[in-house]
Design a protein around this ligand. Structure first.
Ligand SMILES: [Zn+2]
Length: 112
């Protein structure tokens, strides 16, 4: 039942932490994320189209492969926006989506 939209903002934001000033694009294939719902069935979580916008901080975390910090930053950002959403549920969604991002991320940036 839980659905997380990967992109909801009308103006460009960081796809990891939703900050308003994305400066980089992380090269990534299009993918869809499916997880388990509360009843143990499959639930559609979200779709990601192509590259992910990233702010300076998230870009550095991606470059440094600091996935746990990136995850915490994303979870914190979602919780600021939706304070009543249970943290474990937010974390689960972020783990699924970031896991898929890591799988579908194209290997190396062309402009380091
Ligand atoms: Zn960010």
């Amino acid at each position: 039942m839980a659905e997380y939209e990967v992109r909801v903002a009308p103006h460009p934001v960081c796809d990891f932490c939703s900050s308003a000033e994305p400066r980089y694009l992380e090269d990534c294939e299009t993918f869809e994320v499916v997880g388990l719902n509360d009843a143990g069935g499959m639930a559609y979580i979200g779709k990601s189209d192509n590259d992910w916008a990233a702010c300076e901080v998230c870009h550095q975390l991606v470059q440094g492969k600091k996935w746990r910090q990136l995850e915490r930053r994303a979870v914190d950002a979602i919780q600021r926006k939706y304070p009543t959403m249970p943290r474990n549920r937010v974390q689960h969604g972020v783990q699924l989506i970031h896991g898929a991002f890591r799988t579908h991320k194209r290997v190396e940036d062309l402009n380091p």
